[in-house]
Design a protein around this ligand. Sequence first.
Ligand code: GSF
Length: 202
Amino acid sequence: MKLLHSHTSPYARKVRVVAAEKKLELELVESDPWLPNPTLVRLNPLGKVPALLLDDDTSLFDSRVIVEYLDGLSPVHRLIPENSRERIAVKRWEAIADGLCDAAILARLENARPDKNDSSHKQIARQRGKISDCLDEMERELGEREFCVGNVLTLADVAVACALGYLKLRFPDINWEATHHALARHYRKHATRPSFRATEPA
Ligand code: GSF
């Protein structure tokens, strides 16, 4: 399986961490989604990374579909629980973590505009507000617990750690570790796993 990814993409990192936890081998193809890239568009009409090329020449996207596929490929370390209630709890965490990344990427794009105006500043503030609301919600939900859902590492923990890592990389000024102590504890514990270390964006 070939993964079209970019080094700094938090969604692609989530996929790579899942593959590593599942002991699945992925051939990595670095692909810049911001440059014309017919191969990427052939695999994903949205032109976004990550996209997964399967051995039968079909493709999967987006990251949520890919991680679900990878998790189902082998019984090694199930990251998405089968039990419906826990499964939905995990998917809810993933939606918050990915949504935080969506907001962060939009804020970054807007900030990079050479012709920034009032509406860009409003948009940046709006997206930063979403980031802050997501951090607060995750902090509240996590509380004293070691894992987001249940007593083992799931996709929820992976998605959260990838989102927090992306903020550290792109928005160091947010400094969430100083204000969100449960998340800081969670990050210290999980982002030191070999699967995260091996996918460090810097
Ligand atoms: C988001 C992928 C995405 O926005 C997923 O896979 O979960 N919901 C999708 N990827 C960005 C790169 S990034 O992670 O910074 C991307 O490919 N953007 C290109 C574009 O045209 O928006």
